[in-house]
Write a protein that binds this ligand. Structure first.
Ligand code: ZN
Length: 145
């Protein structure tokens, strides 16, 4: 904790770091054997985003997500085409995604969609474009209850 700030349980936690990869099979070796991060037993297909995702445990609750395109017209495929594989987005956990989106909107930050959508792990998610977030694609995720 930062001195003087005290602990506030409502501060958002970093949920995951999304990393765009051309191949989960090829890149997982670095994270699993190299860094020793335990991988989820299976990759998950996120149909809405046309991607496959492999989660690797980091410090709780943060994890690493390797994201591979499942279709040439996915946002991840376009990202890799333009910028190459690498750091794609940061995701913060929220307890109330609707309220957090409303607050960000009231401060002039425009969410990517009209309403949150289903993401990996049954979460509800929303993204904010790097144009408005000083260069970092930012995701909010609310766990399903
Ligand atoms: Zn994500």
């Amino acid at each position: 904790m930062f001195a003087g700030l005290g602990y506030n349980s409502s501060i958002m936690k970093l949920d995951h770091v999304g990393i765009a990869v051309t191949s989960i099979e090829q890149s997982r070796r670095f994270y699993e054997s190299g860094l020793g991060l335990p991988a989820a037993p299976h990759t998950e297909e996120v149909a809405g985003e046309k991607v496959r995702v492999l989660k690797l445990e980091c410090a709780d609750p943060t994890h690493i997500e390797l994201i591979e395109s499942a279709s040439p017209d996915s946002a991840i495929a376009k990202f890799i085409e333009k910028r190459g594989p690498g750091l794609h987005h940061l995701c913060y956990q929220t307890g109330d995604i609707v309220a957090d989106i409303a607050r960000l909107k009231s401060q002039g930050f425009t969410p990517l969609w009209d309403a949150p959508r289903p993401g990996a792990d049954g979460c509800l998610v929303m993204f904010f474009h790097p144009k408005e977030t000083f260069g970092v694609l930012t995701e909010l995720a609310q766990k399903s209850r």
